[in-house]
Design a protein around this ligand. Sequence first.
Ligand code: FE2
Length: 220
Amino acid sequence: MNQKEENRREFLKRAALTAVALPFLLNCKSDTLAQKSNEDVLSLLKKNAKSSGAEGMGAIDAPPNVSWKTILSTNADKGEKMLISGTVFEADGKTPAPNVLIYLYHTDIEGYYGRSGGEHKHGRYRGWLLTDASGRYEFQTIKPAPYPENRFAAHIHTTLTTKNMREDWIDSTLFEGDSLISTRERETAGRKGGFNPIVKLEKGANRIWQARRDIQLWKA
Ligand SMILES: [Fe+2]
């Protein structure tokens, strides 16, 4: 093989290797940037989170890898699995709201939050979401039970934090068909139209309960 032919082969080999490696390198770079961007967003949002221990609040504890999807339960947990998803919209009810920090927590299948001294007072079914560029969020968990005294409907506590608004509660998610939903709760929920917090669970193809809850932000 002459020198010219050898150079040509070496050139082709390097070109092929670069073609394989380049997308990988670019992906790594964009993933890193995306993650960094999320972390930056999160640190901004945490300035609007209520302090640790504020009643019912938890945005302050959001982990750095917060995503628009999360799972609150484990496969070992008893209870009916359910998947709740939706979109958060600006106060106009039409514009999707990205980078909204959602904090959630709910009782276990016997209606309890934290059971022992070592557990967080909100229990172990707690989690965080950061809405994506389209305002979407999605979480999987098990269906909570009402408190043991059976006076209040089963619910998922929810707070929202944005870069313009301090952490605050929104209506808890309730479940259609729960006989403990009060008349007042039903009336208040009914006034919210497409943003009704009483969700209807339906069995999906994968046998998991599924429901949609869209959320409208309030005016800052
Ligand atoms: Fe509660």
